[in-house]
Every structure is written in structure tokens, then in C-alpha cells.
Design a protein around this ligand. Structure first.
Ligand SMILES: Nc1ncnc2c1ncn2[C@@H]1O[C@H](COP(=O)(O)OP(=O)(O)OP(=O)(O)O)[C@@H](O)[C@H]1O
Length: 178
């Protein structure tokens, strides 16, 4: 014949020196009443080390003025405002290297002296020697087209003047639209 115990006999009645709130809660829990938190139940048990009575979050003991500027404080913006950092010089022009290349191509500057001083515009005019010369037909006798590329077509020609006089040459014609 067994006895049914609703309350474990090893849990003693709360003692007088225990905190009244915890004691009454633990007693009610043991009797099958209102559920109490595990911490409270453990505190009610004798021999169990008491849980600390302070809350999970404690405010800093330091004065508020000493940590208000800390980066850990999310209310403070850690990134400096735009415009705080200014370049000592303006960024170089993206067209600078193109002008340097053109100057080098025209032979006015040596390859290692192609840098152009800041602020100074290079004296570069149009290369008038490029393209169909006015005297082209005086120098060459244009023949038939021998082939085509992506940008233009190639013709057979015969030189009438100059160093290639009397020789058969190939002339590549690139339309200005390209
Ligand atoms: N000296 C030559 N003698 C004979 N045929 C030539 C000569 N030069 C070019 N050709 C012919 O003309 C075609 C086109 O020559 P081109 O040099 O214009 O070719 P490409 O470099 O491919 O053209 P692109 O630079 O316009 O793409 C060649 O595929 C070739 O058939």
C-alpha cells in the first residue's frame, strides 16, 4: 500500500530567516499551486547557494559623463561627419595620362618625361599630316581593292614619287566616320 504524496517530504517548510517573498512562493509551488521560477525554487532549497539578488543588467558605477563619448555607446556616432577630411590637393585629372600619351606619340616629350605639370595645358594641335593628303593622288596611283578589315579597306597602289617610286604598295583607307 503506497501513499501518494503531493509534496516531497524532504522540502522543509520555509524558515523565518529566508526572504518572505521567495519562501511563500516556494511553499505554494511545492503544494502544487502557482509556478515559481527555478531561481526562486533553488533559493528555497536549503544547502543551495543563494542566487545573487542584483538584476541581470547593472548600470555602470562610473559617472555618466565619463562614458558618454565611448565608441561602445551606440547612441554616439563613431563615424566622423563627411567633409571633416579634406584632400590637400585636388585629384589628378583622368585625362592627364591620355595627354601624356599623345605628347609622347608626337615626339615632343621623351618617354620618361611624359608627365605634364599640374595646371598647365600641353600645346597639342591636330596632327595635320594624318589622313588623306592633298597630294596623295600626286604620289600614288590607286588600284583595285585587295581586301577589307574592320575599320577600312586596302587597295593596291603604285608609287609615283618619293622613296617608293615605281614600287607596288598597299594603301589602307579608313573612312573618317570610323
Ligand atoms: N600588302 C598587302 N598585300 C596584299 N593584300 C593585302 C595587303 N595588306 C592587306 N591586304 C589585304 O587586305 C585585307 C585587310 O587588310 P587590313 O590590314 O586592313 O586587315 P585588318 O588589320 O584586319 O583590318 P582592320 O585593322 O581594319 O581590322 C587583308 O585581309 C588582306 O587580304
Amino acid at each position: 500500500m503506497g501513499l501518494c504524496h503531493g509534496k516531497p517530504s524532504r522540502i522543509p517548510e520555509p524558515k523565518a530567516e529566508e526572504e518572505p517573498r521567495v519562501a511563500s512562493s516556494g511553499a505554494r509551488d511545492a503544494a502544487g499551486g502557482v509556478a515559481a521560477s527555478p531561481a526562486q525554487a533553488a533559493a528555497a532549497k536549503p544547502g543551495t547557494p543563494k542566487q545573487p539578488k542584483f538584476p541581470f543588467y547593472l548600470p555602470s558605477p562610473l559617472p555618466a559623463s565619463s562614458y558618454k563619448g565611448s565608441p561602445a555607446n551606440s547612441s554616439v556616432a563613431s563615424t566622423p561627419a563627411r567633409g571633416g577630411f579634406k584632400r590637400p590637393f585636388p585629384p589628378p585629372s583622368p585625362a592627364k595620362h591620355i595627354r601624356a600619351l599623345l605628347a609622347r606619340r608626337h615626339g615632343s616629350v621623351k618617354p620618361n618625361e611624359a608627365s605634364i605639370p599640374e595646371g598647365g595645358e600641353p600645346e597639342l594641335g591636330l596632327d595635320k599630316s594624318f589622313g588623306f593628303s592633298k597630294h596623295f593622288f600626286a604620289k600614288y596611283e590607286l588600284g583595285e581593292e585587295v581586301g577589307r578589315g574592320h575599320f577600312g579597306y586596302t587597295c593596291a597602289a603604285k608609287a609615283k614619287k618619293g622613296e617608293h617610286k615605281g614600287q607596288d604598295v598597299a594603301v589602307k583607307v579608313i573612312p573618317k566616320a570610323k
